[in-house]
Design a protein around this ligand. Structure first.
Ligand code: HEC
Length: 225
C-alpha cells in the first residue's frame, strides 16, 4: 500500500504488510449480517482514536487488517502530521488497497486507524450528532464532523478520546477565521501541535469548503453533556 501517514509533498512511499481481508475478519467477528447493514463499523484504538467506517465504503474498496510488516521489520510507522515517530500499530491496523486508487489517495490517512482493539457494528450516533433542535439539513455536515474530527474529539459525549473536548462548545468560542486557520493549518498556530491538518490531500478549495461547513455545523449544534 501507499502508506498515507508518510505522505509528504509528492512522496507516496510503498510499504507491504501482512494482512487479512477486512471482509473475512468482520464476518468472523460480527457474523455475515454486517455487509447487508447500512450502518457503520466502529473501530476503537488503544490510544483513544475512534474510526467509524461506513459499511458501504468497505464494500466499495478493499480493506485489510494488518498485523505485521511483510519484511519482518518493526510493526510501527512515523506520523509526521502528529509529530510522532515509531508509533506501534499492533494489535491491528486497518489499511486500504490504494495502489491505483486516486480517490483513496486523496482521503490520505482518514480511515486508517492503528492500534485497533475493538470492532463493532453501530448505527450513526445521531442523538449526539443531530440532537433535538438541530435542523435536519445539517446531516451531511454531521457526517463530515464524524469523518474528520470525531476520531479524536467529542460532540456531546460521543467520539474519540484522544483529545476529549466537546467541539459543540469549544468551536463556539472561536471566530470563523481562527477556526479555519486552526483546522486547515494547525502548525501555523502552534508549530508543535499534535493536531493534524484536516484532509491534507484534498484540493485547497475543497478543504476550505469543508472547514466552513464544519464551522457552521458546530455553531448550530446545541451543547449537551
Ligand atoms: C488525530 C487527532 C485529531 C483530529 C482528527 C482532530 N483533532 Fe483537533 N486537536 C487534536 C489535538 C491533539 C489537539 C490539542 C492540540 C494542542 O494542544 O496542540 C486538538 C485541539 C483542537 C481544538 C482546540 C484548539 C484550542 O486551542 O482551543 C479544536 C477547536 C479542534 N482541535 C478542532 C478540531 C476539528 C474541528 C477537527 C476536524 C476538522 C479536529 N480538531 C480534528 C487532535 C485532533
Amino acid at each position: 500500500m501507499h502508506e498515507p501517514h508518510l505522505f509528504v509533498g509528492e512522496a507516496r512511499p510503498l510499504i507491504e504488510y501482512h494482512a487479512f481481508p477486512a471482509e473475512n475478519v468482520l464476518t468472523h467477528l460480527l457474523g455475515s449480517g454486517w455487509s447487508k447493514s447500512q450502518d457503520e463499523i466502529e473501530l476503537r484504538a488503544l490510544d483513544g482514536y475512534l474510526a467509524r467506517v461506513p459499511v458501504a465504503k468497505l464494500k466499495r474498496y478493499r480493506a485489510y487488517f494488518a498485523v505485521a510488516r511483510a519484511d519482518g521489520s518493526a510493526f510501527t510507522v512515523d506520523n509526521p502530521a502528529q509529530q510522532e515517530t515509531n508509533l506501534p500499530l499492533a494489535p491491528y491496523y486497518l489499511i486500504w488497497d490504494n495502489v491505483n486508487s486516486p480517490e483513496l489517495i486523496r482521503e490520505g490517512a482518514t480511515f486508517w486507524p492503528y492500534q485497533v482493539s475493538t470492532v463493532s457494528l453501530r448505527a450513526p450516533a445521531l442523538h449526539s450528532l443531530m440532537p433535538e433542535g438541530m435542523p435536519p439539513q445539517y446531516r451531511p455536515q454531521a457526517e463530515l464532523a464524524q469523518k474528520y474530527c470525531l476520531s479524536c474529539h467529542l460532540v456531546n459525549g460521543y467520539g474519540g478520546d484522544k483529545m476529549p473536548i466537546n467541539l459543540a462548545d469549544r468551536v463556539k468560542r472561536l471566530s470563523e477565521s481562527a477556526f479555519l486557520t486552526w483546522v486547515l493549518d494547525p502548525t501555523a498556530v502552534d508549530a508543535y501541535t499534535a493536531m493534524p491538518a484536516m484532509a491534507p490531500m484534498l484540493p485547497q478549495a475543497e478543504r476550505e469548503r469543508i472547514a466552513r461547513e464544519l464551522y457552521d455545523y458546530f455553531l448550530q449544534l446545541p451543547v449537551h453533556d
